[in-house]
Design a protein around this ligand. Structure first.
Ligand code: ADP
Ligand code: MG
Length: 679
């Protein structure tokens, strides 16, 4: 008998060819086949009348067989069977390809529920090889799997049932009887049987709950173990945390929230374990100056600070900000970016290694092996969601357990924050600097575009600047119907914006070109910047008070909020115009949220509701394991509960070494396997 960790090909009815197909679905072992959870379920008890179903849609209908027509041989390898059914009002032709077995199962006079795509025309309804059940004898809930060519739903069901038959009794139950009892969770066997072959909807819920719990439980255990592992003691313990001179140097008074965040950091500096802190604050909330204060403190204590920004534009901007504040106090700042010549970089690197610079600001260029520090005390990553866990770690490895601060302007829903940042402490800046007016936001359709141009023109005539954001760069990448920056700039030549000074900015430009444009915009040599989302992060031009975003429907709310944050940075009323011709009610409703709120945290919660957590996690950048069954939004209650339980367990058994925790430990390791492979 094959073991759980053997390839599915050894399972009776699979074989080599199908095993290859299974690979496409991410299934390799028998174990992973059992964990290949259905995509959704078909509730046959929810059948409709044929005439109520739309042509071309998948639907479930209840009908009785009244005639069968034997095998018709079409050509080699293709024969068809015809079955005629009726629901009393409408008839339907069912065609079955190549399966005498299914054909024989359908008997004249019996009533079945059929699920499939309704085809044909108004006069004749058809379904091709639908899945079906006999309502008298079969269970009314059917699992629907992700499919690939060559693996049908029925076949997968069959294979899974074989695996269950062999292994059902032998599955390890990693949850102790205690936990199962207090949390009211079913046995593992029951869970697997009913997740694949639910007895009814209720049994399915019970099974789901158990498997979700198990998955989130191991996720939480893994995160907590990770957090512990990362907390080695630091060589950087600071005595002098005085800031008076720094505060005097600032052109403004810090908000209470900013002061709190700085205090959090300074306190961490005095401890034996390195700071590992997330600074979260809406765009424009003033995170940079917090970073600057902490870097100042490090410099005062003869430690270097490295600051990594995701784009060159941002790095340069930070460089200027830091220089302006710190250089008058005799603190030297360096800039290191990819667009510098090799020679420039080498000179810079040498000086950094010798400790001539106390502050080093740069892009990814900072994590190159050739960059070494004299005495690195603090590592700051700005807009951290743009970096992977590994990139951050790499920078920190350049010191001996330096303190770490990551800054994020993407307000993560609080509920998600502790998962994504499971191993971080969090400071939040939840108030904007004094005197900021909330940005006024409007949602318009393309028919009002000319009026918007007029509005922009008026502002430009008063000496202000504006952004127009388009999703695409040029027509060539126009896979979807959406505006592109180049096309847009051309179109403007026929409008009243034709004589304003227009700049173009997008991600395919060379860093030096981008910088040039951004500088011109900053220096008010340009009135209007037509751009893709490259301006998304951090760029600070207080004189820009208008932003128009084309094809707003293509962006997530959090992203729109980020973009919008480019304006509203001065003391003048700013405006944001979202343009969308999208008709779908859902889209409009989603976009309307932008016009109603300027609270980044609220908006991110809404985004989470509408688009799921994918946007927050980014393309697996987070380095967290993929969840197979649990869902961060729907299963929040279980998530919170498992976090608490995980803490309790680790208090008793810090590294899961007790015999009764071996199953859990293994599961946790499995879940995090991918992750440790990445690191
Ligand atoms: P973000 O949090 O988005 O990184 P920044 O740090 O870029 O925001 O700050 C946005 C702008 O607000 C900058 O021009 C900065 O100089 C200014 N600023 C920051 N803190 C204050 C404050 N306490 N009072 C007035 N202006 C401030
Ligand atoms: Mg910033």
């Amino acid at each position: 008998m094959p073991s759980l960790t053997d390839s599915v090909r050894y399972l009776k009815g699979v074989g080599e060819k199908r095993a290859k197909l299974y690979q496409k679905l991410g299934v390799d072992t028998i174990y992973s086949l059992l964990h290949f959870f259905p995509r959704t379920y078909l509730d046959y008890s929810d059948a409709k009348m044929i005439e109520d179903c739309a042509l071309g849609e998948f639907c479930c209908v209840k009908a009785t067989v009244f005639k069968k027509q034997g095998e018709q041989y079409i050509r080699k390898g293709l024969s068809i069977f015809k079955v005629f059914v009726t629901d009393g009002t409408t008839d339907m032709l069912i065609t079955i390809y190549n399966s005498k077995y299914l054909f024989d199962k359908l008997q004249v006079g019996q009533t079945y529920c059929f699920y499939g795509k309704l085809q044909g025309n108004l006069l004749r309804r058809e379904m091709n090889t639908p899945s079906f059940i006999n309502l008298q004898t079969d269970c009314p809930v059917k699992a629907i799997y992700h499919l690939t060519d060559g693996l049908s739903n029925n076949l997968i069901s069959l294979n899974v049932s074989k695996a269950l038959e062999l292994w059902g009794d032998r599955l390890d139950d990693v949850l102790s009887p205690d936990i199962k009892q207090t949390e009211q969770l079913c046995h593992i066997r029951y869970a697997f049987e009913n997740i694949h072959f639910p007895k009814d909807m209720q049994a399915l819920e019970v099974a789901k709950k158990r498997l979700i719990f198990e998955e989130l439980f191991s996720l939480q255990l893994g995160l907590l173990l990770l957090k512990k592992k990362n907390r080695k003691s630091t060589g950087v313990t600071i005595q002098n945390t005085a800031l008076d001179e720094f505060l005097k140097q600032l052109p403004f008074i810090l908000t209470d929230a900013q002061l709190c965040a700085i205090k959090d950091g300074l306190q961490d500096f005095t401890k034996q374990v390195p700071m590992n802190r997330l600074l979260q604050g809406d765009v424009g909330s003033g995170k940079t100056v917090v970073a600057c204060a902490l870097a100042y403190c490090m410099a005062n204590n003869h430690y270097q600070t490295a600051i990594m920004a995701p784009t060159e534009i941002l790095a340069v901007q930070h460089y200027h900000t830091f220089c302006k504040i710190l250089e008058p106090m005799g603190i030297q700042c360096a800039l290191l970016t990819g667009s510098m010549t090799a020679k420039q970089k080498n000179i810079m690197k040498q000086k950094i290694a010798q400790g001539e610079y106390q502050i080093v600001i740069g892009t990814h260029a900072l994590i190159q092996d050739s960059v070494t520090f004299f005495c690195l005390g603090l590592v700051i990553t700005d807009e951290q969601h743009r970096f992977g866990v590994n990139q951050r770690a790499k920078l920190a490895q350049k010191g001996t357990n330096p303190h770490k601060l990551v800054m994020s302007a993407t307000p993560i829903p609080r509920t998600l924050a502790f998962i994504i940042y499971g191993d971080l402490d969090v400071s939040i800046i939840d108030q904007p600097p004094k005197g900021r007016l909330p940005i006024k936001t409007y949602l318009i359709t393309g028919s009002k575009r000319l009026r918007a141009y007029h509005f922009i023109k008026e502002h430009i005539q008063k000496g202000f600047q504006a952004y127009i954001v388009c999703p695409l760069i040029d027509e060539q990448d126009q896979k979807q119907q959406a505006h592109s920056v180049y096309q847009y700039a051309k179109t403007l030549e026929n409008t009243e914006l034709k004589d304003v000074r227009v700049g173009i900015l997008h991600g395919k430009m060379k860093p030096t070109e981008k910088e040039e444009v951004m500088l011109q915009f900053q220096n008010q040599q340009l009135d209007l910047l037509i751009s893709t989302t490259v301006i998304e992060v951090g760029v600070d031009v207080p004189n820009a008070v208008l932003m128009m975003i084309e094809n707003a429907e293509l962006f997530g709310l959090s992203q729109l909020h980020q973009l919008r944050g480019r304006v509203g940075r001065g003391t003048v009323q700013s405006h944001c115009i979202l343009v969308s011709d999208h008709k779908a009610e859902q889209t409009i409703e989603r976009l309307k949220i932008m016009t109603q709120s300027s609270d980044g945290f609220y908006i991110s919660e809404q985004d989470l509701k509408h688009r799921g957590p994918g946007d927050f996690f980014g393309e697996r950048q987070h380095g967290l394991p993929d969840l197979k069954i649990a869902n961060m939004v729907d299963d929040m209650q279980i998530l919170l509960r498992t976090q608490q339980l995980a803490k309790e367990i680790l208090q008793r058994d810090a590294d899961l070494s007790l015999p009764e925790h071996q199953g859990l430990k293994q599961l946790t390791q499995q879940l995090f396997q991918q992750m440790s492979a990445d690191n």
